[in-house]
Design a protein around this ligand. Structure first.
Ligand code: ATP
Ligand code: MG
Ligand code: MG
Length: 555
């Protein structure tokens, strides 16, 4: 499934266009239920549906499948709209809602009753379930299956008017209790829910089931290709049956199924993600460890990186599990091109240059991004006392340690070659200062012979007097199991990684970062890609590690 060939849905669409099916029109939709925040799996569906619209100069609707008022909220509607836009897509016309079609859906349900194709069943959910049969044994007909049309109409009216309690009755399609397809055994069309709906308020006491509402909504909107995930393949005959009953000319939508995205080391259902929020395992839906689109955004993922990820994994018909490392690769690859390089020391230790003049400072040139020739350069301050990374120094080290040690030379990035001389320790033996000397002729870019001298190892640093303080949040995987929801005996929450967040409160960063804005991304040289958290302020700078560098740079 490479980029130059068509995916199977594109092949179907191109065949349909050739045949003139749907009158040469392509019209897709993305139909989330507003019962939570979107996750990276939804991003696959968004990229597919909106991507098809872009490819065929066609339309894609955003339709909220808001048929269950007990789970849906305006907050989710707003978040979903923001996520779709942030990913770079624009829906056709106004946002659509299944609830806009409740009157039409009701009218069609009445028609089905009148046609003898639907009936009100007053049995409990448990009894109805017990009569379903098995794939090889036919179900048992409800005693209400053959009640007269007039009685069905009267009962359905009562359901609608709120005269019956929840669970007292349902409307069922009258199809075939012996069908080998269980979904055709008189499926539910409506149930009673006595709750306020976020858009229709208290107007309705009955709400349509997904299978009934979905295809009819597609028909109302003129959708040509209704694309859903593979588990709905067995619903397809029902989708077609419902359409057949009410079809009255125009575009007849066809349902197609593709393999959903599964990702290692995470869970991906709104219901499960909601549990993580509710038990406080994460700070919210947009916690940077969440696989939600809002979490990935806050973590530093770019829309391009998510769209590229979707392109890379492709669209197929076989279920598989994608390694989360592929998602990380896609953001690393994009940030490598666009993120400016800066110096930040996460675990600072003082480095004093004994032969550098006291009180002097220099502003040295630093290239912003070697991958982007238009990114320019900036000045970074250098002085006698610097911070370097504690792990970049060892008093004694073997020949493979290419960082600072006593008696050996390394280069300070964009600055000078230094040599380790001595250390100062506290009473417990911890190093509090490293002393070194520098080669004053070796400044990077100065063109001198000494500046060209090759030394193994380059360290990042910041000038102590000029550095800014920052909080840096390091994230690890939220789960320490590849398939947290793949265990029969255990709950996915048993696999939460207790070390998924490490907060560093005393990082030192170069002063060019004083004016950063939430979501700005940087490469902290040698440390990885970091972005500015949404809660960061000029008084308290906060960075999130988006992803580590695959390799620390060699030079
Ligand atoms: P969840 O239970 O994870 O919230 P859902 O399917 O109930 O998923 P919807 O809001 O109904 O969520 O989904 C909207 C669209 O997103 C549907 O067309 C659905 O097929 C698609 N979708 C959901 N999860 C995935 C996934 N993991 N991979 C690809 N598409 C997905
Ligand atoms: Mg759904
Ligand atoms: Mg769901």
């Amino acid at each position: 499934e490479n980029n130059s060939s068509l995916n199977f849905i594109e092949s179907i669409i191109e065949d349909e266009l050739k045949e003139g099916k749907h009158g040469g029109v392509v019209h897709t939709r993305f139909p989330p239920e507003p019962n939570g925040y979107l996750h990276i799996g939804h991003a696959k569906s968004i990229c597919l549906n909106f991507g098809l619209a872009q490819k065929y100069q066609a339309k894609c609707n955003l339709r909220f499948d808001d048929t269950n008022p007990s789970k849906e909220e305006q907050e989710y509607v707003d978040a979903i709209k923001e996520d779709v836009k942030w990913l770079g897509f624009q829906w056709d016309g106004d946002v659509k809602y299944t609830s806009d079609y409740f009157d039409q859906l009701y009218t069609w349900a009445v028609k089905l009753i009148k046609d003898g194709k639907a009936y009100v069943d007053e049995q409990s959910a448990e009894v109805i379930a017990s009569q379903k049969g098995t794939p090889t044994v036919a179900g048992t007909a409800s005693p209400f299956r053959d009640r007269p049309v007039e009685e069905n109409l009267a009962m359905f009216e009562k359901m609608k008017n709120g005269e019956l309690p929840e669970g007292a009755a349902v409307l069922r399609a009258k199809i075939d209790m012996a069908s080998p397809n269980m979904h055709m055994r008189d499926p539910l069309m409506y149930r009673i829910i006595n709750k306020s709906h976020h858009r229709t308020g208290d107007k309705w006491h009955i709400y349509p089931m997904y299978d009934y509402a979905h295809g009819q909504s597609d028909y109302i909107e003129g959708i040509t290709n209704s694309i859903c995930t593979l588990e709905f393949e067995v619903h397809r005959p029902l989708y077609e049956w419902f359409l057949e009953q009410i079809y009255d000319g125009g575009i007849k939508p066809s349902q197609r199924e593709f393999a959903r995205l599964n990702l290692s080391y995470t869970v991906m259902s709104k219901r499960k993600l909601m549990q993580l929020v509710e038990i406080g395992a994460v700070s919210g839906w947009d916690d940077p460890r969440m696989p939600t689109i809002s979490g990935l955004r806050r973590r530093g993922y770019t829309p391009e990186s998510i769209r590229n990820f979707a392109k890379t994994i492709g669209v197929g018909r076989r279920e598989n599990v994608i390694d989360v490392a592929l998602l990380e690769f896609s953001v690393r690859e994009h940030l490598n091109k666009v993120a400016d390089r800066v110096m930040a020391v996460l675990d600072p230790v003082k480095l004093v240059i004994d032969n550098y003049p006291e009180g002097e400072e220099e502003w040295l040139d630093a290239e912003n991004n070697p991958e982007d020739e238009n990114s320019g350069s900036r000045k970074v301050p250098f002085s006698k006392v610097l911070y370097i990374e504690r792990e970049d120094f060892k008093e004694e080290a073997n020949r493979k340690f290419f960082r600072l040690t006593l008696g050996k030379e390394v280069r300070l990035k964009n600055a000078y070659i230094i040599k380790g001389e001595s250390v100062v320790k506290d009473a417990d033996g911890n190093i509090t200062e490293i002393h070194c000397t520098y080669d004053a002729d070796s400044r990077s870019g100065s063109g001198t012979e000494a500046s060209q001298r090759k030394v193994k190892g380059t360290l990042h640093w910041v000038s102590a007097a000029h550095a800014l303080d920052a909080e840096v949040r390091l994230y690890d995987r939220l789960f320490n199991d590849e398939a947290p929801d793949g265990h029969k005996e255990k709950d996915f929450k048993d696999f939460l990684n207790p070390d998924s967040l490490t907060v560093i409160s005393n990082a030192k960063i170069e002063p060019s970062l004083a004016e950063v804005k939430p979501l700005d991304s940087f490469q902290f040289q040698r440390m990885g890609y970091f972005n500015v958290d949404k809660d960061s302020t000029a008084e308290k700078l906060i960075f999130n590690r988006t992803v580590g560098l695959r390799d620390s740079w060699a030079k």
